[in-house]
Ligand binder design. Structure first.
Ligand SMILES: Cc1cc2nc3c(=O)[nH]c(=O)nc-3n(C[C@H](O)[C@H](O)[C@H](O)COP(=O)(O)O)c2cc1C
Length: 241
């Protein structure tokens, strides 16, 4: 599988089959992902691989506390700003419509949305999960390094025929994860990543992306000249695809 195919076939899978994932395969992927770049080569990621009985224990515990409406753990970082401004607000709205619309859940059906969201804490049925932490004393650039590492892991998983779902939702129940993985005190859980073989057919329509001109500006070159050197290519605010 070439890199373009790995990038375009990666999607957040939310229904995994029970087919187990070989430990050697996970080791191979994580060893290769260690080549992800990081500022000054700090390699600030700390990854716990959880499978088998410990994963079953963790997900059972998490699902039961979320289903019972127990309070979330104290936040160690804000997942999103309290008020999302345009264009992020519209993109989140479009995502929610696509995600819940695909499940046949109406916009105002809060309970059905909650039920679907609970799948997060069952790792959507995946037989393996990674929990990726970053040291508390590191800053934004190192969090960005962890993001690059995560995408590297997810693309390598595609090369192995596997799928994944990154899940910040796990940070809301981080103590349940900590009970099992026992991380050092100086680590913050950024996210979990469910890993496995997908149980759902590839969707007809993927979650869309903003038009390129909304996120990329060419300065100079042929495209830059067309748009007066600095301006965006096309004035378009809608989501494509
Ligand atoms: C850092 C990060 C955290 C995410 N957290 C969750 C999550 O908690 N639950 C979930 O179902 N999807 C989560 N996602 C998946 C996104 O919703 C998904 O990547 C996005 O909608 C784009 O869809 P695609 O990955 O299928 O292309 C997360 C993605 C990232 C990168």
């Amino acid at each position: 599988m070439d890199v373009y195919e790995a990038v375009s076939s990666r999607r957040a899978v939310r229904a995994f089959s029970e087919r187990p994932v070989a430990e050697e395969l996970l080791e191979r992927v994580l060893a290769a992902a260690a080549w992800a770049p990081s500022g000054s080569n700090l390699q600030p990621w700390h990854t716990y691989v959880v499978t088998g009985a410990p994963l079953t224990r963790m997900t059972a515990q998490a699902v039961s506390r979320v289903a019972a409406g127990e309070p979330w753990d104290d936040r160690e970082f804000e997942m999103y700003p309290a008020e999302l401004r345009s264009p992020y607000r519209e993109r989140r709205h479009a995502f929610a419509q696509q995600r819940y619309g695909a499940l046949g859940i109406a916009r105002d059906d809060f309970e059905a949305r909650q039920r679907a969201a609970i799948g997060n804490w069952n790792c959507f049925g995946a037989p393996a999960a990674l929990f990726v932490y970053v040291s508390r004393d590191l800053g934004l650039p190192q969090w960005a390094d962890v993001g690059m590492y995560l995408q590297t892991v997810m693309l390598l998983l595609r090369a192995e025929g596997l799928h994944s779902c990154p899940q910040m939702a796990w940070s809301m129940t981080r103590t349940t994860v900590a009970d099992v993985v026992k991380p050092a005190d100086d680590l913050i859980l950024f996210c979990g990543v469910s890993v496995g073989y997908d149980a759902e057919p590839a969707p007809q329509a993927r979650v869309g992306r903003a038009a390129l001109a909304e996120t990329v500006t060419f300065v100079g070159g042929r495209r830059g000249a067309k748009s007066d050197g600095r301006r965006h290519l096309v004035a378009r605010t809608s989501l494509s695809g």
